[in-house]
Design a protein around this ligand. Sequence first.
Ligand code: SF4
Length: 228
Amino acid sequence: MTRPRAKTPRSTSIATLRTAARANKILAILESTYPHARVTLDYKNPFQLLIATILAAQCTDERVNQVTKHLFKKYRTPQDFANADPSELEEAIRPTGFYRNKTRSIIGCSKQLVEKYGGQVPRTMEELIQLPGVWRKTANIVLGNAFGLSEGIAVDTHVTRVANRLGLAQSDKQDEIEQQLCRVIPREKWTLITHLLIFHGRTTCKAQRPACPRCQIRHLCPWPHKSS
Ligand code: SF4
């Protein structure tokens, strides 16, 4: 019986290099296709982006923006959120769903910002993920977009789906997808790739009916006939 050959480190690195080369071509096309790709949450400072990102869990950015338009007029600082009446805050953010958990996270997070960081949002992954309601994805969004720091790649449902279809990742776990993408995407593009994959996922590589025939990166995709 012939045993399957184990992958050698050399074959793994060649495969990674090939994927990285393909990823760079994909990146270039997506950059020209979506030149205005950016975070679609409205915010004026790192703290507002942090709160908006917590609210965006299981909710559309459009709905979060409708809520924060009024919310950020009433609650302007971490101190304001830390002292918020929980039932009032729950009511204000109810349209975003999971409002009780989100209220607990926002008040807890704001209290820690006031008590430990003088009301400032910390600039490291280690500190951010200690805050209530803040996961790697949230931290990556804040670090990349509010501070211009490339610590990792934010992975949401669009990034999960599109990266897997494109063969840039092979996992359904966000942490693993992030690690796999970081291996093949240049560090200076880590923040941008999230926006590009989200824009492509929303407009073309949709969950139910991906528009493969008009997809700009079809020739670089292992699944170009997914919609047929
Ligand atoms: S060819 Fe189809 S499956 Fe591949 S990225 Fe484009 S839309 Fe998605």
